[in-house]
Structure formats: C-alpha cells, structure tokens
Ligand binder design. Structure first.
Ligand code: C2G
Length: 446
C-alpha cells in the first residue's frame, strides 16, 4: 500500500484545494491530510485565516479524498509524521517547490502544479472588502505600523493625518500614502482609524472617528480617565463599531499561550503577579519632558498592568503607587502595588532606572517566569517545587508584533471570529481607571 501525506490550512475551501487533494490521493492508495492549527498558522505568519479548525477539517473530509485527517501544530512535525505513519510520498502544491526537498531522504517528494487563478487570499479579498486604514500621527509608532499592516491581507494603509502640513507630507511621501491636514476630509476616505498621536489627543480622535462611523485601533493608553473609556466603548457598541486599545502584547501568540497555561492550573491557584518593564529614555524626549503626559507609568504602565488584569481580574481591593521622580517632577521609576481578595501584584516601570524586566507569576504549586522582553513573549518557563522539574515553552514573535493586533481587529470587523477575550472592554476600562488614580496621586491636571 502506497501512503501519501499532504498538509495545508485549507481556509475557505476552494477548487485549488479540491484538485490538490484529488491528485494527492491519486498518487497512492491511502491519503493522510494534515490541517494546520490556528496557533501554528499565526506563528508562521499566516494571519487572517477565516474558517475555524473544525470547519477546515470538515471541508477536507467532505472533499472525499482523505482516508485520515491529522492536525499540524509545528514546523518539525512533517518529518516525524513521515516516520510515524510510514509515508511513501509527501506532496504539496508547486508554490512550495524546493522548500521540502529535505524530506526526500525519508520519502518521495512530489510538488503538484498549483491551480491557477484561485487562492484563499483572493476569496478573502472578494468576500470581505479591503479595509482602508488611515493613521493619525506621524511619530515612531506610526512608522512601525505600516510595514506590519502590509503583512496582513485584507487591509491597506490609505492615508495619514497630521494637522502640521510638513509632518504629514513628509510621512506620506516616505510611505507612499496620502497626506491630510483636515480631519473631516481624512475620515471620509477610510474604514479604520489607527491613532498613534500623543496621549492627550486620543480621546478626542477616537470620539471623532467613531462619530464618523469608523472602526478604531488606538495606541495605549487609550484614555486617562475611566469615564472617557466607558463613554467611547458604549458609543462603539451602540453603533456596531469595533474599538481596540492597541496593547500589542495582548494579541501576540506567546503571551496568549502563557495565559492559557497559567490559567489551566499548571501552577495551582495564582497568588502573586510581578511585572517589570524598564527602558532607558533620552532625557530630552517627550516621554521625560512632558510634565503632564510624560513619565514612566504613562509610557509603560499599560504593558505591566496587562498580565495583572488578565490573571487576577480587574476587581482589585486597593492600589498604591510609589515613584522616584526626576528634577522636573516626572516619574523616572514607578511601582504600583495591588491587593486582591486572595492575591496581590506589583508592577514596576522605569524610563530613568534600569531593571531586569521580568514577568513572574506565583501559584500554590509552582511559578511561571518570562524574562525581558516578556511583552513580546517568545519564551517562558514553568517551575515547580523540585527545581529539576522545569517545562519550557517557546512561540515565535514576528517583527514588531503589531501584525497580530491588526489581524485580530480585522477578524472582529469581518465578524468571522470574536477576539474580544484578548483585551476585554473591562480590562481597558480598568487600565484607564488606574491611569486616572495615578494622575490624581501625582496631582497632574488632565
Ligand atoms: N493549492 C493549490 N492551488 C491553489 C491553492 C492552493 O494547489 N490555487 C494547494 C497548496 O499548494 C497546498 C494546499 O493547496 O498544497 C493547501 O494550501 P493552503 O491552504 O494555502 O496551505 P499552505 O499554507 O500551502 O500549507 O504545513 C502547511 C503546508 O506546508 C502547506
């Protein structure tokens, strides 16, 4: 019996997939089809898969050629599957020609001609209109956003808005997009607004974008007052619009894996979370000179609050802050301590003090540790009482990681999947609440 194996995502199952499976089956007597998991696709940079794993498996089965369907979870699996299932022929479409030649030491490798003029990407673009993104702000984060957005199919960065003509034009020319200095005109040309302007302008821009019927992705901290966050989310909900606060860690695969493991009882009940993020900043930059909106907690607080709210919830009993301030009174280093009914948390951020920057989650039977840069989670360990007993986990974090939040935003807009659990409205509102308490304690008038 000749055994054949092939793999794929098989999203929005189409004729190309059908013909591939038909010819794969014809190569032998028994066909095994490996269908990729969502986590694996995201890790290999394939974002925006529309159909769930269950639907994709059903569609492969319905085509009627597979004798067996398996799940593909990691890049090394092809090699072990070939051994495990005693495979004679590995086959895949010609878009992969040459890339699996290394398997020819173990079985025959056949590249089948790809069916022309049909692909999942084409169908996605046909079924879901390409979302036009407009960027407000032309700073460093906006610069990072465009190359990341290019990697997500189904979106196109259309234009940029900055009331300062020169900045808008310079940015637009560099990235080949349109420049706008009039907000109304800018909002009229886009479907999604990405807000990467200074913190104090976020609320006003989110509000304007929502009132013009646009979906919004706003950089953190979205607002500095709970009431403002509530108002914006309520408005978005009432008008069927998607509003995301852009804390990239919340959407990245490694961090979600860590949360899944922490919440699955791997370390018992979680009792303490410590999160630290420090970044030495140039003292002349806005972050250390803006007396009202600068300082370490404004800048980095959203990152360190994220694991606390994810793991312990937003219903803390009390929070207290301590800061070390520079000459101009801005916090160079801040620690916030949270007390919950059965647990506690300490978060630390610094722009003028360097620390080791780790995430440590302590539970009743063990602890999880992710070293810096845990906010781009690529690796973490689970430890137990016996120091020899360590489980190691890794996950790819690609590029600047903004691609994950853009991709999730798009799936939420298309309504094909709900990613609301990745950063919930309650969590975003609680972040605004903590920022507000911090500003009150600092006696800053916003
Ligand atoms: N295919 C095809 N013709 C098309 C489109 C796809 O023959 N017009 C083939 C692909 O070459 C692949 C299979 O259909 O063999 C599944 O395609 P995808 O769902 O795009 O999966 P892919 O990302 O190619 O995964 O480990 C995963 C595999 O390496 C392939």
């Amino acid at each position: 019996m000749v055994k054949v194996i092939t793999y794929g995502t098989f999203d929005l199952f189409h004729e190309g997939h059908y013909r591939l499976l038909q010819r794969a089956k014809a190569l032998g007597d028994y066909l095994i089809v490996g269908v990729t998991t969502e986590a694996y696709d995201r890790a290999r940079g394939k974002l925006n898969v529309v159909d769930s794993l269950v639907t994709r498996i059903e569609n492969v089965k319905k085509a009627g050629f597979a004798d067996e369907v398996i799940i593909e979870e990691s890049p090394g699996q092809k090699f072990s599957d070939i051994k495990k299932y005693h495979i004679d022929i590995f086959t895949v479409g010609s878009d992969w020609t040459g890339q699996f030649d290394y398997l020819s030491d173990y079985c025959q490798v056949v590249y089948l001609d790809r069916t022309k003029n049909i692909s999942s990407t084409m169908l996605r673009e046909r079924n879901y209109h390409i979302q036009r993104i407009g960027i407000i702000g032309t700073g460093r984060i906006a610069e990072r956003f465009i190359p990341e957005a290019k990697l997500v199919s189904g979106v196109n960065v259309q234009g940029v808005y900055n009331p300062h003509k020169e900045s808008a034009e310079k940015f637009a020319e560099r990235w080949g997009v349109d420049a706008y200095t009039e907000l109304e005109a800018f909002l009229g040309t886009v479907d999604i607004v990405y807000i990467a302007s200074p913190h104090e302008t976020h609320y006003r821009y989110v509000k304007a974008a929502l009132e013009h019927g646009k979906h919004v992705l706003c950089e953190k901290p979205m607002t500095l007052k709970r009431q403002q966050a509530e108002e914006l989310f309520d408005y978005a909900k009432a008008h069927g619009l998607i509003l995301y606060e852009g804390i990239k860690t919340a959407y990245c695969p490694g961090f979600n894996k860590l949360l899944g493991i922490a919440c699955s009882g791997a370390i018992g009940n979680i009792r303490n979370v410590e999160a630290c993020f420090t970044k030495l900043e140039n003292p002349n930059h806005r972050e250390l000179t803006d007396r009202i909106y600068g300082g370490s907690f404004m800048e980095l607080g959203s990152y360190v609050l994220l694991p606390v709210f994810k793991l312990l919830g937003t219903e803390f009993e009390k929070v207290s802050f301590d800061s070390i301030c520079g000459k101009n009174g801005l916090d160079l280093f801040t620690r916030a301590a949270f007390k919950y009914a059965n647990s506690m948390a300490t978060v630390t951020c610094g722009l003028g003090v360097k620390s080791e920057g780790r995430l440590l989650i302590s539970g009743t039977t063990g602890y999880i540790v992710a070293e810096a840069p845990w906010w781009k989670t690529a690796y973490f360990e689970v430890h137990h009482e016996d120091p020899r007993e360590v489980e190691k986990y890794s996950e790819r974090f690609l590029g600047d990681g903004l691609r994950y939040e853009i991709s999730d935003l798009l799936t939420s807009i298309n309504g094909s999947d709900k990613n609301e659990f990745k950063l919930t409205i309650e969590e975003s509102e609680a972040m605004a609440d903590v920022m507000e308490r911090f500003l009150i304690k600092e006696q800053r008038q916003v």
